[in-house]
Design a binder for this molecule. Structure first.
Ligand SMILES: CC(C)(COP(=O)(O)OP(=O)(O)OC[C@H]1O[C@@H](n2cnc3c(N)ncnc32)[C@H](O)[C@@H]1OP(=O)(O)O)[C@@H](O)C(=O)NCCC(=O)NCCS
Length: 328
């Protein structure tokens, strides 16, 4: 077959029932609903309770996507779980999800690219499908970030939330599906968002846990500027590669990090605010889960029609960033 791309056949999403509102945060740190709303756009975020773990939500989101695509889990060749908050170090969360879903034929693994993980996953899955090594691929973004949040640090604790989103991909012929994909990273900026402990460098000792070495540290202000510039630039690159202008885009789904970042990227790209999707008020920043959750909501709300040009863009810890342009 000539000119094969991967396209999203179906989506799904899931999150914990627990909610953390701005009013709840006002009781934990010196902050206010007014500050959080005006500086980030966030009103609430989902927060996993004790005993809940990442793969539970991934399995629910992926199960919906599989059901909606009307395929059998055994037909899935590739399962990528983008996450920086896996269930455990070994095995991969991907393998745990594979077992729960009954996707026994799939090659399953985790992908750590923070908030860009889902777009990294789409890019890899697209190449595997284009190359004929996979027919159906499941790309999941799933995070329980709140386990790594220091609820005494007001600069990070207001931002992050938990959840999972999934997309099932299959091959399509012609000018459809993923028309251009691009992913990048710059490790020199690692300290803009990182967790020093929890791995092999600062191991899981009582002292490291007590002093909170596993918690996220963030230079929010610096990251803000990188985020706007990198998402706008890489979006222009995929548009140019596929031969389109920002005006042609019907729906723009940026990583949901901060409403002011979304607005700045949209204004930099000169796209109409009407076509920009935002759910940051309801979910906060769910890292790799943010774009697939948003996509599933867009499908549910009828914001995407067959044939629409859809632009996705992300940035995150690493620093990583990426963009995907697809014809739905
Ligand atoms: C984190 C972020 C919301 C902070 O907003 P900001 O406008 O840059 O604010 P600053 O960091 O400059 O801080 C301004 C002031 O607000 C204070 N502040 C920070 N968090 C606060 C909070 N939750 N409530 C009240 N005040 C707060 C700061 O202490 C600072 O006070 P000071 O001027 O007395 O020192 C913003 O920088 C951001 O969203 N950055 C990107 C982060 C991101 O997206 N991370 C995820 C990457 S995927």
């Amino acid at each position: 077959m000539a000119n094969i791309n991967a396209r999203i056949l179906s989506t799904g999403r899931a999150y914990p029932e627990g909610l953390l509102t701005n009013a709840d945060l006002e009781k934990l740190v010196e902050t206010s609903d007014e500050w959080i709303t005006s500086r980030t756009g966030i009103k609430q975020r989902h927060k996993a309770g004790e005993g809940e773990y990442t793969s539970q939500f991934a399995v629910r989101a992926a199960g919906q996507a599989i059901e909606r695509a009307r395929i059998d889990p055994s037909e899935i060749d590739l399962l990528i779980c983008a996450t920086v908050t896996p269930d455990q170090v070994l095995p991969s969360t991907g393998c745990l999800i594979q077992t729960e879903l009954g996707a026994h034929r799939a090659a399953a693994f985790d992908l750590a690219a923070a908030c860009s993980g889902f777009l990294y996953g789409l890019t890899l899955a697209n190449q595997m499908i284009r190359g004929g090594q996979a027919r159906y691929a499941l790309v999941i973004g799933a995070e329980i970030l709140t386990r790594y949040v220091d609820y005494t640090d007001r600069s990070t604790c207001v931002i992050f939330g938990d959840g999972a989103g999934a997309a099932l991909l299959g091959p399509v012929e012609g000018e459809r599906g993923m028309l251009a994909t691009r992913i990048r990273s710059d490790g020199r900026l690692a300290e803009q968002l990182y967790a020093p402990g929890g791995g092999t460098r600062l191991g899981i000792t009582a002292d490291n846990v007590t002093t909170g070495q596993h918690y996220f540290r963030m230079k929010g202000n610096e990251l803000f500027k990188v985020a706007v510039r990198s998402m706008a630039d890489i979006s222009r690159e995929v548009l140019e590669e596929a031969g389109y202008k920002a005006d042609d885009v019907k729906l723009f789904v940026p990583h949901q990090a901060n409403q002011r970042i979304t607005d700045a990227v949209a204004s930099n790209l000169k796209v109409d605010s009407e076509i920009v999707y935002s759910n940051i008020a309801m979910h906060g920043n769910t890292s790799s889960a943010s774009i697939p959750i948003a996509l599933d909501e867009c499908v549910e709300q009828g914001r995407i029609s067959e044939g629409d040009l859809v632009l996705l863009a992300s940035f995150g810890g690493g620093v990583t960033w990426g963009a995907v342009l697809m014809r739905w």
